[in-house]
Design a protein around this ligand. Structure first.
Ligand SMILES: NC(=O)c1ccc[n+]([C@@H]2O[C@H](COP(=O)([O-])OP(=O)(O)OC[C@H]3O[C@@H](n4cnc5c(N)ncnc54)[C@H](O)[C@@H]3O)[C@@H](O)[C@H]2O)c1
Ligand SMILES: [Zn+2]
Length: 381
């Protein structure tokens, strides 16, 4: 018997641009990204309805931009506008509508799907692009805080199935990401604030100094100060990108540091029928896991209080009634199933100092939920 040991090696590179007014005629970012592709100028836009406010006249902006840059961009159809939010991942009609348009308009692997939207729209359109022709190039313009500092930067695409978040999905790096800070102006206060939970997460596990910066600037960020928010997004994006390139981008291991606070978050989102924002659920998940770390005697009281204080100053909820349902702990099993391998949960020994554990005590977790309920305001939906 003979064996050929095959090895396939490939490197992915993509730029993440930070700009304002990506569709101003004079803004070259998108034009240059498309030109860098070389072979095709064809584009198909997918746009989150939330971005299309009356003041912005966004679809007209896209049309004007493409017309002005027609030597570099051949936009072959009007943008597909989708509702945004978890609906686009729950209802398979949306992913099908993007695939149908890719088919109908002759979008090939060298052409571009350009998606503008929150994390849910990016995930859905990314999944449609990744699974058409085994992968059409995707340019993301994330339009929420969460998608600019976290979900829009990475290599994952997905939709929900069987009431499970991200059950269908791929690991597919984007062709480019353009973070346009101006898009954030139209966000509701809720979406402005909720994405900041991912910055707290990454600071807690990777960068004590950044945590100090967030602590000092939390009130400013919550009050919609743009330059403070831009700094928060930039640093959070940088830490996420560094982690993705240095670690295990296609998640073959069992350890998922960037999923700190997420086992409970994913379960809570489902238990709350997706009426909680992902960022809100992550904030609650962090509050729960640091409280558990405290209950287990790992985390000092002072650090625990500082962390809850920062989440509160950012205007994030620390608690949701769904924490008390018996189903919460199933979130641990589902989390392990989704990632594969051994259950691996990150807890905190100190700010910037995480520790991995492989089992969670149900009793101590219940005690932590009770402790948190004493402390925390409930999410006001
Ligand atoms: N792929 C990944 O690695 C990854 C990582 C984290 C989270 N996610 C996913 O991201 C999703 C959450 O993303 P999100 O927090 O960005 O929320 P979201 O995509 O659900 O959007 C929230 C709301 O904001 C609206 N909106 C978007 N941009 C707007 C703008 N500029 N102005 C006004 N309204 C706007 C949307 O229409 C929607 O109603 C979840 O589905 C989560 O699972 C994916
Ligand atoms: Zn997250």
């Amino acid at each position: 018997m003979e064996t050929i040991h095959q090895s396939v090696r490939t490197e992915f590179r993509y730029p993440v641009h930070f700009t304002r007014g990506a569709f101003d005629i004079g803004n070259m970012a998108l034009r240059e990204v498309i030109a860098s592709g070389g072979s095709s100028r064809r584009t198909l836009f997918v746009v989150d309805e939330g971005v299309c406010t009356r003041e912005r006249n966004f679809l007209q902006q896209i049309e004007n931009y493409c017309r002005f840059h027609a030597d570099s961009i051949e936009n072959i159809a009007p943008p597909i506008v989708v509702p945004g939010g978890e609906t686009v991942k729950n209802d398979s009609r949306y992913v099908d509508s993007v695939r149908s348009a890719i088919h109908a308009h002759g979008i090939c692997r060298h052409s571009f799907v350009i998606v503008v939207g929150g994390g849910a729209t990016l995930d859905m359109a990314g999944y449609a692009a990744a699974t058409s022709h085994r992968g059409v190039r995707l340019i993301r313009l994330p339009s929420t805080v969460l998608s600019q500092n976290d979900s829009g930067l990475g290599v994952k695409t997905s939709v929900n199935r069987f009431s499970k978040k991200n059950f269908l999905g791929t690991f597919t790096p984007p062709f480019a990401v353009i973070n346009d800070f101006e898009l954030l102006d139209s966000l509701s206060d809720r979406d402005w604030r909720s994405g900041t939970a991912e910055a707290v997460k990454v600071a807690l596990i990777k960068d004590r100094e950044f945590f100090g910066w967030i602590e000092a600037n939390a009130a400013l960020v919550a009050a919609r100060n743009s330059s403070a928010m831009e700094h928060l997004i930039y640093r959070c994006a940088e830490l996420h990108l560094r982690h993705i390139s240095g670690g295990d981008p296609f998640e073959t291991g069992s350890s998922r540091p960037l999923d700190f606070g997420h086992w409970a978050a994913h379960k809570l989102e489902q238990l709350a029928n997706y009426n909680l924002r992902h960022g809100e659920a992550v904030g609650i998940g962090i509050a729960l896991d640091v409280t558990y770390s405290r209950v287990m005697g790992m985390l000092a009281k002072d650090a625990w209080q500082r962390i809850l204080g920062v989440l509160l100053d950012l205007g994030l909820p620390l608690y949701a009634p769904e924490l008390e349902t018996g189903d919460l702990l199933n979130g641990l099993t589902e989390f392990r199933e989704h990632l594969g391998g051994e259950l691996t949960i990150l807890l905190l020994q100190d700010i910037g100092k995480p520790v991995e554990v492989h089992s969670i005590s149900a009793d101590k977790m219940k005690e932590s939920v009770a402790a948190l309920s004493q402390y925390a305001p409930v999410c006001s939906l």
